[in-house]
Ligand binder design. Sequence first.
Ligand SMILES: [Zn+2]
Ligand SMILES: [Zn+2]
Length: 166
Amino acid sequence: MEIKLRGLKQGEHSFFVSEPVKKYELDNEHFSENLDSSILIDVQGRNYYITVTTSTKVKFACDRCLDDFIRSYKVSTKLIYTENPSLDPEHQQEDLYFLPAGKDTADLTDDIRQNIILNLPMKVVCKDTCKGLCITCGVNLNMAKCKCSHKLIDHRWDALKKLQME
Ligand SMILES: [Zn+2]
Ligand SMILES: [Zn+2]
C-alpha cells in the first residue's frame, strides 16, 4: 500500500483502500480475500501519524478437530513518518520512518504484512464447544460418535458439567 504523504494539509485525513491479498505476498492457502484497510493520517507539523486498520477473512485449522474454518481477522498498524531527520526514535512507541526530501509517498505494505503475520493467533478452535478428535480412533466427535471409551477426556469438562447441574 503506497500512500502519498507530502502535500497533505495539517490535521486528520481518512480514507479506505481495498487491495488483493496477492499484493501482500501472504500465504494464499489461508488468505484468499481482499484486505480492506481504513487509513487515518494525522498530519502534525512535519510528522505524519498513521493508523491502518486492516480487515480480512482467514482460513484457520481448528486446534482440536483440525477442520478448516473461516474467521474475520482485524489488525491495526501504527507508524509515524517524519520529514524531520532529528526526531528521536527513542521517544516514540510506534515505528518511526524518515521521509527524505524528494520522496512524497510511503510504502506501508511490509509493515502491514508483518503485523498481520505477527498477530495471528497461535491456537484457534472452530467453536468453544468443539469436541475435537477421538484420541483412540481419530473420529471427529463433532460429526460422529465412536465406540471407544473416553476415559482420558479432559477433566475440565467434568467440572463444567458439575457447575451446570448445580
Ligand atoms: Zn474444532
Ligand atoms: Zn474413538
